[in-house]
Ligand binder design. Structure first.
Ligand SMILES: *Cc1c(COP(=O)(O)O)cnc(C)c1O
Length: 487
């Protein structure tokens, strides 16, 4: 299988796609075509474990000449062995919804689902080439912790996780990065970032723009621009569907809807790929918080850049959901020239109109919504407080639960069928928000907020370096020089 760029570059191999992230023309990589599986084949996968199902789904895209099947099986087994739950992603039945828990990995967010595999695959390709990569991650959320953990034992990959100090990131998230004692994991806390993650992104972009540094140090990226993340995230849609067939009253072949917290749109784009491959998906509900770029685009037919709003579901506080460009590429009939024109217009004017046919295409697949903090907090409270199930969920999951309920009222097919909510983080990562949502309850009475790994991290020494925003670029240039691409 070959890859093309959404801006027209062709062709790249899987290895180039994984190691380079972006295409040489600045576009996002997509497969030349999306393979399709027969319904019978799909149902025949129902008894498989998560890693074996992942093997079947990924083998549609990864050929033996890219990665030998025995290596692919081993990499998947190793990646998912780091999960706490024997099912990897259990499907929980709450009184109001089916909830797919994607947070049983080492750092308790859905980022772990794909990050372990992506870093393992990167390490595998680097071993073949006898090279090293320095992966730069600017983080204010769950990506940094997931990348740092995924790098443990993958010594061809050096993970540099840069985060702003001063309240942009929770204590739990910081400790998940700074308590790792491995030579290839580097946490860098940066003082003086008035604009938080945006300040760090600007420095990372500068480092990437330096071609000789990029070449000498083999700079790489593992954010959801990387096709490897998206590809691995298609698996949990198949997994959830196969676990809903039968026990949860879904007939084989019946269409099921999914409600997904929408950040950079990577998870939702993976849902679109799963649907294209042949999974019977009714609608994908794109659940944004008050940063509703995708909701705006689908409602008004215009992609618009708006100022960032800080919400209680901070992992989806995103202004530019860049995987929505990948989606728009498909909506435009895989027309790279049309997409490039739209992107250029967006950069020049801060907005771009979506052509009518593309908008119709998107509205056929997605329902969108924008959920504010009041509704998010209230729903955490009702799910935990008054329901017999006493199900505690994180704020991002709550956004999707609210959007799912509204979608059921709005859309007859969604209302008449089953909907699966993707739960993207463990509630214990957000004790302050849960305390607000459960006002009146003492948090000592909420056992779901205690996690042995979080407790253990509080007793471990913190490593990592600190520097100022002004000093960051030089600090990184000097530090990276110690780890050349080839040596
Ligand atoms: C990253 C993240 C999301 C958003 O996923 P995207 O693929 O970026 O849309 C949602 N919830 C949590 C907890 C996350 O960490």
């Amino acid at each position: 299988m070959k890859y093309v760029s959404t801006r027209g570059y062709k062709y790249a191999s899987l290895e180039d796609v994984i190691l380079n992230g972006f295409a040489p023309d600045g576009g996002l990589y997509v497969p030349e075509r999306i393979p399709v599986v027969a319904p019978d084949t799909l149902i025949s996968w129902s008894g498989l474990t998560f890693p074996r199902l992942a093997f079947e789904v990924l083998s549609l895209f990864i050929e033996p000449s890219d990665v030998h099947p025995s290596d692919l099986r081993r990499l998947l087994d190793e990646s998912f062995a780091a999960f706490d739950h024997p099912d990897v992603a259990p499907l929980a039945k709450t009184p109001d919804a089916l909830v797919l828990e994607l947070f049983h990995g080492p750092t308790m967010s859905f980022k772990d689902v794909a990050m372990g595999f992506l870093v393992s695959l990167t390490d595998h390709f680097l071993r073949r080439r006898n090279e090293r990569r320095n992966v730069l991650v600017a983080t204010t959320g769950d990506t940094g912790p997931a990348a740092a953990h995924a790098a443990i034992g993958r010594d061809r990959v050096h993970a540099w996780v840069l985060y702003p100090t001063g309240g942009f990131i929770s204590d739990t998230q910081e400790r998940q990065m700074t308590t790792i004692d491995e030579p290839n994991v580097h946490a860098v806390g940066v003082h003086g970032c008035a604009d938080g993650g945006d300040d760090l992104d600007a420095v990372v972009a500068k480092l990437f723009a330096d071609e000789s540094l990029r070449e000498q140090c083999g700079l790489g990226s593992v954010n959801s621009v990387n096709w490897g993340r998206v590809l691995c995230q298609t698996v949990h849609y198949f997994w959830a569907y196969l676990h809903a067939v039968g026990p949860e009253g879904v007939a084989a072949g019946e269409r099921v809807a999914f409600a997904v917290p929408c950040g950079a749109f990577g998870n939702l784009f993976a849902g679109f790929v799963a649907k294209r491959v042949g999974l019977p998906v009714a609608r994908l509900v794109a659940a944004s918080n008050s940063n509703g770029a995708v909701h705006d685009a689908l409602a008004a037919g215009v992609w618009r850049r708006r100022p960032l709003i800080n919400t209680v579901s901070s992992a989806i506080d995103i202004v530019v959901p860049y995987n929505f460009w990948r989606m728009t590429y498909y909506a435009l009939g895989e027309d790279a020239a049309a997409l490039s024109a739209m992107q250029d217009e967006y950069v020049a004017r801060g907005e771009a109109r979506i052509p009518k046919a593309a908008l119709d295409f998107l509205r056929e697949i997605f329902l969108s919504d924008s959920v504010d903090d009041d509704a998010t907090l209230a729903t955490i409270g009702t799910f935990y407080g008054s329901n017999a199930g006493r199900y505690l969920m994180c704020p991002h999951t709550s956004v999707a639960v609210v959007a799912a309920a509204r979608a059921r009222a709005r859309d007859p097919e969604v209302g008449g069928g089953k909907i699966i909510v993707l739960s993207t983080a463990a509630p214990c990562k957000f004790p302050e928000t849960i305390a607000r949502a459960l006002a009146g309850l003492s948090l000592d009475d909420v056992p779901e907020l205690r996690h042995p790994r979080v407790a253990a991290q509080r007793t471990l020494a913190q490593k990592g370096t600190k520097c100022t925003l002004e000093g960051l670029e030089n600090h990184m240039r000097e530090a990276l020089r110690l780890y050349p691409r080839t040596s």
